[in-house]
Design a protein around this ligand. Sequence first.
Ligand code: HEM
Ligand SMILES: *[C@@H]1O[C@H](CO)[C@@H](O)[C@H](O)[C@H]1NC(C)=O
Ligand SMILES: *[C@@H]1O[C@H](CO)[C@@H](O)[C@H](O)[C@H]1NC(C)=O
Ligand SMILES: *[C@@H]1O[C@H](CO)[C@@H](O)[C@H](O)[C@H]1NC(C)=O
Ligand SMILES: *[C@@H]1O[C@H](CO)[C@@H](O)[C@H](O)[C@H]1NC(C)=O
Length: 355
Amino acid sequence: MSPFILLLLLSAAFAIPYASAHRSQHPPIPASDLVGGLAYDFYHESCPHAESIVRSAVSSFLAPNISQAGALIRLVFHDCFVQGCDASVLLTNGELSGPPDLTLRPEALALIEQIKELLEQSCPNTVSCADAVVLAGRDATYKAGGPFFDVPTGRLDSLAPASVATVDSDLPPPTANFSFLIGIVNKLGLTSTDLVALSGAHTIGLAHCASFNNSILPTVQNDVDASFAQTLLQVCPNDQSNQETVQDYVTPNLFDNQYYKNLLHKEVLFDSDRALLDDEESAATVAAFAANQQEFFEQFAVSFVKMSMVAVRTATTNPSNGNIRKVCSALNAANATLPGVTMLYTAKDTLGDTQ
Ligand code: HEM
Ligand SMILES: *[C@@H]1O[C@H](CO)[C@@H](O)[C@H](O)[C@H]1NC(C)=O
Ligand SMILES: *[C@@H]1O[C@H](CO)[C@@H](O)[C@H](O)[C@H]1NC(C)=O
Ligand SMILES: *[C@@H]1O[C@H](CO)[C@@H](O)[C@H](O)[C@H]1NC(C)=O
Ligand SMILES: *[C@@H]1O[C@H](CO)[C@@H](O)[C@H](O)[C@H]1NC(C)=O
């Protein structure tokens, strides 16, 4: 390499400002393939510190106990699968009363609200709650030992929550079989590889006994490792147990590929986890991720970004169908404008969300 090129590379390296120090060279999905209106570093001009504000808030939140990382990662899933990644999950008296959302952790929801306050202080009316959710989930993944990767931003927040019935039908239950799971993800444009990679998030975080007792109770047909079932029965002795347990008994607080190893040993909690072995292609992906953590990490980044683009509303695609909420748990009271986009809406305009 010529000294000139070396000098050029060095100066380029040092020119990278702090805010982009974490930026990877290869985004999971090329910028040109992102949904219209989304961009990597969307807030570069309008709120240059947006991503570092989220990152340091997530960092402080997780410092005393990394276990909450799972709560932040799961929040992205529950937001994006229901009506798209639009922060609809955060609205008070909305989706949160849907059964699958009852186990979202209040601390994680509160953190997003605190992050939003910080973002409003720095850049009023600029950064969406939907982006805060995705960024926090991405940062939690990294903090817990998982991959760091770029996520696009530029999402708008919804103008209404989905119904509780929609929450129930769009989020698969832990008892789901493979055909049910693949049906849900295919509808969102995700593949079986995405399903397997994203389920790998069950390498971290907690579950309530009631979420899996069906698969460990002796009366129910199951294929859980027998001594693992005994371990679980100690924590969750009967179907009334109200306790929580870690999902990954080997490395509970680490975002790694242990989930796939546990799955191959039938030491996972949910039918929906074990169902990934019931399909030939999906089982092969499980085996590949169990054998190669790097392969899992790379696919997780791609699949996470795909999930983060499900049915997004942006200033380009459907500006009249979203806005920047001031408070994540509540719809804005009055009409608002976005930079460059005149947005007039009332809450009732949003009822028949068309995507
Ligand atoms: C494929 C279908 C899925 C099903 C049926 C499912 C089901 C569940 C259930 C029942 C829990 C336990 C909740 C509780 O009892 O407290 C849970 C926890 C969790 N899920 Fe999933 N999940 C699925 C996919 C995903 C995806 C796509 C992600 C994210 C990429 C994810 C991330 C998590 C995390 C991190 C936790 C731990 C939450 C915490 O620590 O509070 N899950 N999941
Ligand atoms: C971290 O939080 C989890 C879940 O709330 C809890 O079970 C665990 O005991 C906590 N660990 C520490 C070290 O406080
Ligand atoms: C999978 O689950 C669905 C929904 O509960 C059910 O209708 C279907 O028969 C099941 N499929 C198989 C192959 O068990
Ligand atoms: C699991 O526990 C919950 C809560 O106690 C109970 O309502 C449910 O029926 C149990 N599920 C099974 C399959 O036993
Ligand atoms: C929002 O704008 C619409 C259309 O101009 C108007 O009818 C409505 O009264 C406004 N709502 C609020 C709360 O300002």
